[in-house]
Ligand binder design. Structure first.
Ligand code: A3P
Length: 371
């Protein structure tokens, strides 16, 4: 059932774009083209259009089209990329803390006063607001973020061979995280999306920036082809072994920790600064909005910060149904998307099924013999 059209976020009006920034290049008017693209309203107020194979929120679509045509990459740009709700905020904080560690003491770090999304801009939205000049004015090296799949990235990012760090997450937890995030955006008294409806939409590849498997697979394949330029991470392994991941990030970024830094505990300081508990507790991340037009407050980016919360929202059957999608779509790629504990749980399920079927055979043979 389609949601009420009035709930849908439309693209920002063109006349409001570029006002503050006095951008010399106002975004072109893509409205006519956008209105012809297939529309999905189930995740309202985020409404999406199918653009080049992916469901892109229509609010940022004009910015993305502008970006695809006009974005000027620099060879030392670092891109932080993700399917939304996969750990972007954390990865932004980590990369920013690693890059700026020599500039600021950890007890006076900008991340204590600014939300990670204010330190690493979400370029899709900046372009959509007509403020591309903000990105152009950033000093090098820039850390930039988009949720675009690899195939939709502006061409110059690829031709200049910019470094890319991608984070993925168990789709079941992505869905749960998305569901809370979206429901938080629905104005009172609009009912939350029932979880079963969100689940069905997700399974049908209908989710902002989806389909998720194709999104992840594009970056996975690129990371296999060019490991020195594309680093592929999993949220779950970041939680499991942050020391290893932070060292890996610094190496990949070309600024590995020196023996002195290791001795002084700088790696641990980075992890502590960017930890979920620390960021969530900071005043700057508790209230206020990233932008006046953004419905949610900054605390919405810090909910639970765990792996496996899907267990509190879906039945084992639902989990199995969702798991089968990446299993099929990623088959042969060498990539799996569900966490280790989940695989163990699935194995336990299989063992139970095997025991039951053996009991059934014994029962059948026994009573069969009696007859
Ligand atoms: P949950 O909703 O499951 O808690 P994104 O940043 O891509 O929007 O992803 C949001 C998810 O990352 C949320 O997951 C959020 O709680 C979690 N998150 C945010 N900051 C984090 C951090 N520093 N460490 C671990 N998880 C974090």
């Amino acid at each position: 059932m389609a949601a009420q059209p009035s709930l849908c976020n439309s693209p920002p009006p063109m006349e409001s774009q570029g006002k503050k920034s006095a951008d010399p290049r106002p975004p072109s008017n893509y409205t006519d083209l956008i209105s012809t693209l297939p529309l999905e309203e189930g995740w309202a107020p985020i409404c999406t259009r199918k653009y080049q194979g992916f469901w892109i929120p229509q609010r940022v679509l004009p910015g993305i089209m502008d970006m695809q045509q006009n974005f000027k990459a620099r060879p030392d740009d670092l891109w932080v990329l993700s399917y939304p709700k996969s750990g972007t905020t954390w990865l932004k904080a980590l990369t920013y803390a690693i890059m700026t560690r020599a500039q600021y003491p950890f007890d006076h770090h900008p991340l204590l006063r600014r939300n990670p999304h204010e330190c690493v801009p979400f370029v899709d939205r900046t372009y959509s607001r007509g403020q591309a000049s903000e990105i152009e004015a950033m000093p090098s090296p820039r850390i930039l973020n988009t949720h675009l799949p690899y195939s939709l990235l502006p061409h110059t990012i690829k031709s200049l061979d910019c470094k890319v760090i991608y984070v993925c997450r168990d789709p079941k937890d992505v869905l749960v995280s998305r569901w809370y995030f979206n429901n938080g955006m629905r104005p009172q008294p609009v009912e939350p999306i029932p979880f079963t409806k969100a689940f069905e939409m997700f399974c049908e590849d209908n989710c902002p920036y989806g389909p998720i498997c194709e999104h992840v697979l594009e970056y996975w394949e690129e990371s296999q082809r060019r490991p020195e330029k594309v680093l592929f991470l999993k949220y779950e392994e970041m939680l499991e072994d942050p020391l290893r991941i932070v060292r890996r990030l610094a190496e990949f970024m070309g600024c590995p920790f020196s023996p002195e830094e290791e001795k002084e505990g700088v790696v641990e300081e980075v992890i502590k600064l960017c930890s979920f508990d620390n960021l969530k507790s900071l005043e700057v991340n508790k209230t206020g909005k990233l932008h006046p037009e953004f419905v949610l407050t900054k605390d919405s980016f810090f909910r639970k910060g765990e792996a496996g919360d899907w267990r509190n929202h879906m039945s084992p059957e639902m989990a199995r149904k969702l798991d089968r999608i990446p299993e099929q779509k990623l088959e042969g790629s060498g990539l799996t998307l569900h966490g280790v504990d989940v695989e163990a749980a699935a194995t336990n399920g299989d063992v139970q099924a095997q025991v039951l079927s053996k009991l059934f055979v014994i029962f059948f043979l026994f009573f069969g013999c009696l007859e």
